[in-house]
Design a protein around this ligand. Structure first.
Ligand code: AMP
Ligand code: ZN
Length: 466
């Protein structure tokens, strides 16, 4: 089945053709590990995880590379301010490495709780200083970079085009539109590839330009080329990365290899909180642990992310989380009813079920349309006949959803229903269908005497140990 993605590069929804017909290569910009990941950051990780799961559902192997930025990401995108790692290290009275280790560990713990698969390759910027340095030297040799007294800059005027992702037209930009920091910069959009370290700077390495450290953008170009080659399939990140970070990655690649590194650029929209930006000053910066501390399963947040397309802003409210928590419970109860079901599906049922699966598949392949895909999951959950075959299909579908649909609903104890009880439940159901109410009640009593209770819910019959 064809897959479609909205490509920021062409601004169109396009059919996906991988370079290699079996394996899809993805580069995802990872976190700068100087602080806790917010639920906003994690929304981006969830969308990236859905992407790889959708590709796998379609039979592809995936090779995903994600970087961990532990150096070079300055406080401002305009090459201004301190390195975020160094700033955080000073504030927390720790070394940048301690800060990086601490927040990297927390980040991966969050991903695990959200059932986000670990990318095949995780690369830490400070482990690739040599590759980055070689990349900058290459750009220097090819005439795309120049040295000033403070840094090595990329010269955007050397490219036939700069700004292809965000649609900046350099000719139309008034010079000085961006605040100038370094008067030695030749063009306002030139950006730092390598930065000369001031005295006492905490992270610095030897280079042809003295003690210095990499800029943020070069790490992704160097590491993606090293692991995925000069051209790979998909590059992902949050929407905020389009105008600077990804634009600059493209510039670097075009300078070094003459190519745009990825064919498809897929960006996730922002999570809003109470309709606005998350900010420390408003006290509405939420972490996954805040959701867990309120007693919610962390996968409620994952399911909540499916209530809108990854390309649309999503508004976080506690009411929405509460409603989603109930939905997750109902999905798991519905799954359980199928898993305990003994009904046989006839040819008509089979046809209906495969149509629902096809619709689900089409929805996920249509630019990861998760809200639509979920509507088909509900159709399966609510399917009037309760059958293990449907439970099996739901398990397959959960390879994409990753909400652990087969986990026991919170309110239900964990146990397997003995065959004897399942049989009685089936007899009771038939009695009810035949309107033999007395018989149905008697069987319910019998089930009760054997230590089980039977409940009729919207999703079907649930049997629990008393
Ligand atoms: P930051 O911690 O601000 O450097 O963000 C790390 C990554 O998470 C960025 O690349 C963003 O794309 C993404 N991100 C940050 N805030 C949000 C948000 N509110 N919603 C979705 N993604 C976000
Ligand atoms: Zn990046």
């Amino acid at each position: 089945m064809d897959i479609y993605f909205t490509n920021t590069l062409t601004k169109k929804k396009e059919k996906f053709y991988p370079i290699d017909k079996n394996e899809v290569k993805i580069y995802s910009c990872g976190p700068t590990v100087y602080k806790d990941a917010t639920i906003g950051n994690l929304r981006t990780n969830i969308f990236q995880d859905v992407l790889r799961r959708v590709l796998k559902y379609n039979g592809y192997k995936v090779k995903q590379v994600m970087n961990i930025t532990d150096v070079g990401h300055l406080v401002s995108d305009g090459d201004e301010g301190e390195d975020k790692m160094v700033k955080s290290a000073k504030e927390e009275h720790k070394s940048p490495q301690e800060i990086a280790n601490h927040y990297t560990k927390l980040f991966f713990e969050d991903l695990e709780k959200l059932n986000v698969e670990t990318p095949e390759i995780i690369c830490k910027a400070t482990d690739y200083i040599k590759e980055m340095l070689e990349y900058v030297e290459e750009l220097m040799e090819k005439g795309y970079a120049y040295e000033t007294s403070t840094a090595i800059y990329f010269d955007v005027s050397k490219l036939d085009e700069y700004g292809i992702l965000s649609g900046i037209n350099l000719k139309e930009q008034k010079s000085g539109a961006r605040v100038e920091v370094d008067p030695e910069k030749k063009n306002p959009y030139d950006f730092a590839l390598w930065i000369k370290a001031p005295e006492n700077h905490l992270m610095k390495w030897d280079s042809p330009w003295g003690k210095s450290y990499p800029g943020w953008h070069i790490e992704c170009s160097a590491m993606s080329r090293k692991h995925l080659g000069e051209e790979f399939d998909i590059h992902t990140g949050g929407i905020d990365l389009i105008p600077t970070h990804h634009e600059n990655e493209i510039a670097q690649s075009k300078g070094a290899t003459g190519k745009i590194p990825a064919r498809y650029w897929i960006h996730g929209e922002y999570l809003l909180v109470d309709g606005g930006k998350m900010s420390k000053s408003l006290g509405n910066v939420y972490l996954l642990k805040d959701i867990i501390e309120k007693g919610y399963d962390p996968l409620v947040y994952r399911l909540f992310c499916y209530t809108s397309s990854y390309r649309i802003k999503l508004n976080f409210t506690w009411d929405a989380i509460d409603a989603t928590s109930k939905s997750l419970e109902r999905l798991r109860m519905g799954y359980k009813a199928h898993q305990q079901g003994e009904e046989k599906l006839d040819a008509t049922d089979q046809e209906k079920i495969s149509k629902i699966e096809e619709n689900f598949h089409k929805a996920i392949n249509d630019d990861m349309n998760m809200p639509l895909a979920l509507s088909y999951v509900w159709e399966l959950i609510k399917y009037p006949k309760k059958s293990k075959e449907i439970a099996k299909l739901l398990q397959k579908i959960d390879k994409v959803l990753a909400i652990k649909i087969d986990e026991n609903p919170k309110s239900k104890p964990q146990e397997d229903i003995p065959e004897e009880i399942a049989k009685l439940a089936e007899e009771r159901k038939i009695a009810k269908q035949n309107k033999e109410w007395e018989k149905a009640d008697k069987i319910r009593e019998e089930i009760k005497e054997k230590g089980y209770i039977i409940k009729d819910t919207k999703e079907g019959i649930i049997i629990e140990k008393e």
